[in-house]
Every structure is written in C-alpha cells, then in structure tokens.
Design a protein around this ligand. Structure first.
Ligand code: HEC
Ligand code: HEC
Length: 289
C-alpha cells in the first residue's frame, strides 16, 4: 500500500513510499557507474545489430550493413593457407632433394609431410618410423643395402627394388645356391658368414673351406670381406644386422633359396613432391649420408 515518501530515521535514506505490514522500503539507487555501463551496452548493441548479421527474417536473415560472415572469413583464411602450401609444395617438387636439405625451412616442412606419407604408404612394410621388421630393412640405421645418400634414397623410392612394373628398378639376383653347392658346402659357408660378425667360431679347417667357398661364390656381390656391395644391394654380412635373421638355419635357408625382396616403385603412384618429402624424411631418420 503506497504511503508517503519520507526520510528513514535509522539510515538517513529516503524511502520509496512502499510499505508492507509496517516494513518500509528504502530507496537505494543503482550506482551511477553501473548505470552508464548499462546504457553504453544498449547503445553498443543497437549499433552492432545494424552493422552485423543478427536479425532472423523468415528463412534468411538481415546480413548487416558490413556484410560480414564467418564463413567468408574462414574461406579467405583457408585460401591463404592453401596458397602458402601450394608455394612450398611447388618448391619441394622442383628443388633437387640435396638442396632441400640445405634449406632448413623447406626441409622441416618436407620431413613433416614425409612423415604423414610414410605412415600411409610405407609403415605397413617398414614398420612405424621405419624401424623395420624381418624381411623389411630398418631405414633409421646406417646399414644401407642400396645407399643412404639422399639421391640414392630418392632413386630407390622412385623406381623400387626388383619391381616388376618399372624398367629402371634396382635389381640383382642372389643365385639359389641350393642348386649350385651341396648341403655341406652351404652349411660351411653359412658358418663362415656367421664368423664374420663374431657370432660363430668355427674350427680352422671349416673356416678355411668356408672362406674359399665365399671367395668363389659370394665375394663378387658381398665383397671380399663380406662387408656388402651396394651395386647389387648385397647386405653387409659382417655386422649383426640381419634382414632375414641371423641364426644358422636362417642363413642356410637364404643361401639355398634367396628371398629376392621386392620394394614397390612409387614413381607414378605418388606425386614428385611427395616422393621428395619421403626421401628427405627417410634421410632424416638417422642413417642419412
Ligand atoms: C610391400 C612392402 C614395402 C613397402 C610398402 C615399402 N617398402 Fe621399402 N623396401 C621393401 C623391401 C622388401 C626392401 C628391401 C629390398 C631388398 O632386398 O633390397 C625395401 C627397401 C627400401 C629402401 C632401401 C633401403 C636400403 O637399405 O637401401 C628404402 C629407402 C625404402 N625401402 C623406403 C620405402 C619407402 C619410403 C616406402 C613408402 C613410400 C616403402 N619403402 C614402402 C618393402 C617395402
Ligand atoms: C648376385 C649377387 C649375390 C651373390 C653372388 C650372393 N649374394 Fe647373398 N645376397 C645378395 C642380395 C641382393 C641379398 C639381399 C636381397 C634379397 O635376397 O632379398 C643377399 C642376401 C644374403 C643374405 C641375407 C642377409 C641378411 O641380412 O639377412 C645372406 C646370409 C647371404 N646373402 C649370403 C650369401 C652367400 C653365403 C653367398 C655365396 C654362397 C651369397 N650370398 C652370394 C646378393 C648376392
């Protein structure tokens, strides 16, 4: 029930003139600063709604005087990123891989792109990060079959190894010695091979005979000391790194019936920029020469 506006004796404040059961309401206005901020917000929103989209009109909407749209802005950002990407990809495609390595910015981009392409195309055989597995060489060590300088790596990628679909593929055939040597000779030369890395210590007679068989049949590809021959992709037999396993059984099996591992050619399947990025990536794994 309205009563008269009066001064409250306890607080010295004015009342609003409202009273309920003897309780009177004090008039406590909002602080001035708060009110001005509030009015400013109202003014701001009025301007905003004119400039920017905000009012629905049936199935469409009022676009605002500025015609702003997050979609347009997003598309513009995307176009800028794509243009930057196209530039660097064109550079990677047309630059010699050795020169890419010398340009840190491009090389970093190439390693990142190569990592993605590797996971998609290569990890199935060479395992994640090029760690390798039985029959598929590790690519992060400095034990190379065909060569670890950047151009050799690129060549391997482009044309593959023993690929049936590329005339320029890397190729060599270790003969099936099961048809050339008898069982004892194979056993002897395999034992000799193991002795090269210190994994076996055969009797001197066996060693001499094995060395002779090796010199006659194997050294032409694997080298006189068994350290491998990159012209033939022949593995180093004097280290502890084995493509097909380092037990006596595994070695006799390879000598009797070689695997002739196949690596697909990627030229024609992957574009040149991707091949270059992969070469740089593989080179960066740790064994690059
Ligand atoms: C189908 C399985 C397979 C796939 C997929 C594959 N590789 Fe290979 N790769 C091999 C085999 C097997 C060898 C070894 C062949 C040999 O005996 O010389 C090899 C050898 C290589 C070598 C030579 C290593 C050396 O020591 O000289 C490189 C480099 C290489 N691969 C890179 C790649 C890259 C990069 C990709 C992906 C684009 C890839 N490989 C995909 C099977 C594969
Ligand atoms: C024409 C060249 C050539 C000749 C000759 C040759 N090899 Fe090989 N050898 C290779 C190649 C290439 C590979 C690996 C490729 C493959 O089979 O996938 C290989 C692989 C091997 C491996 C497997 C190595 C590993 O890391 O697992 C052994 C062991 C081996 N050779 C032993 C011999 C012995 C012993 C002889 C002689 C009796 C011999 N090779 C003769 C080319 C040759």
């Amino acid at each position: 029930m309205p009563t008269k506006i009066e001064k409250d004796t306890a607080t010295g404040r004015m009342t609003t003139g409202h009273e309920w059961d003897g309780i009177k309401e004090l008039n406590t206005p909002l602080p001035k600063w708060w009110l001005y901020v509030f009015y400013a917000c109202i003014a701001f929103s009025a301007v905003w709604v004119v400039l920017y989209p905000g009012i629905p009109l049936g199935t469409t909407y009022f676009k605002g005087v500025l015609g702003y749209s997050t979609r347009v802005e997003h598309a513009e950002n995307l176009a800028a990123v794509e243009a930057g990407r196209a530039d660097i990809l064109a550079k990677i495609r047309t630059t010699d891989v050795a020169d890419i390595l010398k340009d840190p910015e491009t090389a970093t981009y190439a390693v990142a792109g190569g990592r993605v392409a590797f996971a998609e195309n290569c990890a199935a055989c060479h395992a994640a990060g090029g760690a390798g597995q039985a029959g598929y060489p590790a690519l992060g060590d400095d034990d190379w079959l065909w060569g670890g300088d950047i151009h050799a790596i690129r060549q391997t990628l482009l044309h593959g190894i023993r690929s049936a679909t590329d005339a320029d593929t890397r190729t060599s055939q270790m003969p099936a010695f099961g048809e050339i040597l008898d069982r004892n000779q194979i056993q002897t030369v395999a034992t000799y091979v193991l002795s090269l890395s210190g994994a076996a210590d055969p009797a001197p007679a066996v060693k001499t005979e094995g060395a002779q068989i090796f010199a006659d049949n194997c050294a032409s590809c694997h080298g006189e000391t068994g350290h491998g021959g990159r012209d033939f992709g022949a593995p180093n037999l004097a280290d502890q790194v084995w493509l097909y396993g380092g037990s006596l059984e595994q070695i006799t099996a390879q000598v009797a019936q070689p695997r002739h591992g196949v690596m697909p050619n990627w030229g024609g399947r992957l574009d040149d920029a991707t091949i270059n990025m992969l070469a740089v990536y593989v080179h960066s794994l740790g064994g690059g020469e």
